[in-house]
Ligand binder design. Structure first.
Ligand code: GCW
Length: 650
């Protein structure tokens, strides 16, 4: 297994699709032979239909294990499950068995990788895909990447950004895509592509991309035929349409359903799928949190059966905490997938530790997993040595896959699996140190919420790159709903966005009991209070304190939590690889200073409106508001700030 600090590369030269050594079966055999917990026998029994292609049974027999499956991917997942159980000490005993089938058949990683090698919102280096070298040279890292996907249970990868270049569909690029598909196939990972809806114009030279135009439909059919000749198991298209300037069917007076169905028909005879994103917020007066629902809910039942509507977990945009999007459950006649963001666009990039399984677990506690047909995660993978930059951010990649495999898993269980498999030396740590690391992981997302945006605050980030606080931000000409003031609405009366029936009535999009719960200030969960209400500064919280005091204490608690995380990591020092230790230690230092930055910036800024002093148990600021307002990070949307940069601007 890959242990941090002891990387292992698997060689991959360009295989042909028919090559028997490049099948999931061959991979499973190799992995089984390398298993260190006893002899493993693989049995492929095509008649065991109830397991599907991906399920498996593991039996402990005669001092070893037998993995049974009806499909090759099932054998592979079975062997990886064995490894997981070995690392966490939960292997079945003689006569016992483990049986699993995945909850979702679509478990997909979405890369926001551009063809020039940059990654939108990527903080782990450049794109893994070396377009200029492909198809002749195939990096061994593709296989390494695919293996890590398979170990987590991920079976699909969208290779390119949803803000898609039409070039990806050019024949020269398709042969490169086919080479990547060949490298991922031995790990049962299928390739998908993001497509630009205007490709028939931009690439095909047609005068229109109107989905009702016969030439347009024909163009897509021919393109799909070409793709499937090269990649017989191609997964399908992911589409961002009529969103943030991307072209789409609405440009031609058609609906999202008409656009999606036209593509779906080009793919259907090959078994491909269209994954159509619902991340839309066209300029309108409606509260941004309501817009995706307003546009998509009326289209329920109008999509072809091979279209899946992919909805971000929350109604706005991957904030540290959002309520679930009300679109879930509101389109019962339409297959839906959830889109999570693994890359930490809004959670401190790759500088901060934020283990995201608790966020996703929270989502699944509100949205019935069986109402969905798939899960997608926006990838945090890049070409840096460990692929995720923050060594512990690899746990998020893994956690996403595990929850897509089984959304009923708990965050704790995932941490218990991940740490022993990935931190060399974990087994030698005393129980107290291991407990500390588990807690560090499990508390980390809540720490981020506390020091960035507690109590339901959201989108008060610096403009553009979204790293650091800027609740005061004004940008001339920018859309109001890109700016923090639109969301926090601080004034002398209070703080927060009134989405109750008296305000924007976003609560009206939720089913009961959520509509009443969220809509009533006195009953609304306090961790979402300022999302749904404009709350007076002296409002009595459940603790008996005022809103202002509680807000101050939340920021303080966030800072304290990071300090505790630093101590928990320090306790692991004698047991972990020194390089790994120093790397994480350094990032936690940045995180601690960033937490202080957030706390000072937000409390000094909001304090101007509340006019109230900090409570005695909250440490006074170490910066002035003017200092905080001067901070400008010279980074693009594709970068994570360095320590030197942060030191020089603060
Ligand atoms: O979260 C926002 C990001 C954009 C992204 C967009 C989307 C790919 O800031 O960078 O674009 O969402 O999800 O389409």
């Amino acid at each position: 297994m890959i242990a941090l600090g002891a990387a292992r590369a698997s060689a991959a030269s360009r295989p042909s699709a028919a090559d028997a050594s490049h099948t999931p079966f061959a991979t499973a055999q190799r992995e089984a032979a390398a298993f260190q917990g006893g002899h493993v026998e693989l049995r492929l029994d095509r008649r065991a239909k109830s397991l599907g292609q991906e399920g498996f049974v593991i039996r402990a027999l005669d001092g070893g294990y037998r993995v049974e499956a009806a499909g090759e991917p099932g054998l592979l997942y079975g062997v990886y499950a064995l490894e997981r159980h070995r690392a966490s000490g939960t292997l079945p005993k003689e006569g016992e068995k483990i049986e699993e089938t995945p909850f979702y058949s679509l478990r997909m990683l979405d890369h926001w990788d551009n063809l020039d090698g940059t990654i939108e919102r990527g903080y782990a280096g450049r794109s893994l895909w070396r377009w200029d070298e492909l198809p002749d040279s195939v990096s061994p890292r593709y296989g390494e990447y695919a293996r890590r996907n398979a170990m987590a249970g991920i079976n699909g990868a969208v290779l390119n950004n949803v803000n898609a270049s039409p070039k990806i569909l050019d024949s020269s690029y398709l042969s490169k895509v086919a080479a990547i598909a060949d490298a991922l196939r031995p790990y049962a990972v299928r390739v998908y592509l993001s497509v630009n809806f205007a490709s028939p114009i931009l690439l095909g030279g047609l005068p229109t991309a109107d989905p009702a135009d016969r030439e347009v439909a024909k163009w897509w059919k021919r393109k799909c035929d070409e793709i499937y000749r090269l990649i017989p198991d191609f997964g399908g298209f992911l589409v961002k349409a009529n969103s943030e300037g991307q072209p789409g069917p609405c440009d031609f007076g058609r609906t999202h359903a008409e656009g999606a169905n036209m593509l779906a028909r080009a793919l259907s005879r090959h078994g491909g799928k269209v994954i159509w994103r619902a991340f839309v917020y066209s300029p309108s007066d409606a509260d941004r949190a309501k817009q995706a629902y307003l546009e998509f809910q009326p289209l329920d039942g109008r999509f072809d059966s091979n279209v899946i509507v992919q909805v971000k977990n929350g109604p706005i945009d991957f904030q540290p905490r959002e309520p679930f999007s009300p679109l879930f459950g509101a389109m019962p006649a339409t297959p839906q997938a959830v889109e999570f963001q693994i890359t930490q666009e809004y959670l401190g990039h790759s500088n901060h530790l934020a283990f995201l399984a608790p966020m996703w677990e929270e989502f699944f506690s509100h949205v019935d997993p069986s109402s969905l047909t798939g899960a997608a995660g926006v990838s945090n993978v890049g070409d840096c040595a460990n692929m995720t930059s923050h060594p512990l951010a690899a746990a998020n990649w893994y956690a996403f896959g595990r929850l897509a495999w089984d959304p009923r898993l708990t965050s704790r269980r995932i941490v218990e699996e991940w740490l022993p498999m990935n931190i060399a030396g974990y087994a030698d740590m005393p129980r107290s140190v291991r407990d500390g690391l588990e807690e560090m992981m499990l508390q980390s997302r809540e720490a981020v919420v506390d020091y960035m945006m507690p109590l339901g605050l959201h989108h008060i980030f610096a403009f553009g790159h979204h790293y650091g606080p800027e609740p005061w931000c004004e940008v001339e000409g920018a859309r109001a709903d890109w700016l923090p003031k639109y969301y926090h609405r601080a004034d002398s009366a209070g703080l927060g966005f009134d989405r109750s029936a008296r305000g924007s009535d976003a609560v009206g999009q939720y089913p009961e009991p959520y509509r009443s719960l969220y809509g009533d200030m006195s009953r609304c969960p306090e961790n979402l209070l300022l999302w749904f209400h404009h709350v007076p500064w002296n409002h009595r919280m459940r603790s008996g304190s005022t809103l202002w005091d509680e807000l101050c204490r939340a920021y303080q608690r966030g800072c304290d939590r990071v300090e505790r995380m630093q101590r928990q990591w320090a306790a692991a020092k004698p047991y972990v690889d020194p390089e790994l230790f120093t790397d994480v230690e350094g990032r936690l230092m940045i995180q601690a200073r960033d937490a202080q930055w957030w706390k000072d910036a937000c409390l000094l800024y909001f304090g101007q409106f509340s006019g109230m002093p900090l409570p005695d148990d909250v440490a006074p600021p170490v910066h002035t508001l003017e200092e905080m307002m001067r901070v400008k990070l010279p980074i693009s949307n594709f970068e994570c700030p360095t320590r030197e940069m942060l030191n020089s601007v603060r």
